[in-house]
Design a protein. Structure first.
Length: 168
């Protein structure tokens, strides 16, 4: 990692595990947080919509270039939160946290808090069971330790503090 760049912490995990809630807690403590999904949408870094997956289709190459431009604007620690965080360029990343959730708890969360179809809920629950986010990050960042945190029965404030303890 080039020390002229900010240190980037990734918080990833399947949709519904609590990434955004944890990131909001960190933001309340004056940490810089970039929500990757919001960045993609507001910057127009997608080229279509996949109705079967109920999600935008990301242009990876353009996203990586624009994300690099955005990251270098920060001089301090930057937390990037999103389930597609394996697209963050390797040179910036110092720590990775994957938020996990019991599949039954995750299913309930998605049913009550998201306007997802039954198929999308099951796709996300299966992704959690199959360690999809974890495996993608392990493949992309083989030399960076990954810490898994279980959000099934934990408050987002407690998990945010665990992240801060780990990186300090």
């Amino acid at each position: 990692m080039d020390h002229n760049f900010p240190r980037v912490i990734i918080i990833s995990g399947t949709p519904g595990v609590g990434k955004t809630s944890i990131s909001s807690e960190l933001q309340k403590q004056d940490y810089n947080v970039l929500n990757l999904n919001d960045f993609i949408i507001t910057s127009g870094l997608f080229f279509g919509y996949d109705y079967s997956q109920e999600s935008v289709i990301i242009d990876d190459e353009i996203l990586i270039a624009k994300l690099t431009d955005e990251i270098v604007k920060f001089s301090e620690l930057l937390i990037i939160e999103g389930h597609t965080a394996e697209l963050v360029p390797n040179d910036f990343v110092s720590n990775i946290f994957v938020i996990r959730c019991n599949p039954s708890v995750l299913r309930t969360r998605l049913q009550t808090s998201r306007k997802y179809s039954r198929e999308k809920i099951e796709t996300n629950v299966q992704a959690e069971i199959m360690d999809e986010c974890l495996l993608n990050l392990q493949h992309k960042f083989p030399k960076i330790p990954i810490v898994e945190l279980d959000s099934s029965n934990s408050d987002s404030k407690i998990l945010a503090n665990k992240i801060l303890e780990t990186i300090s």
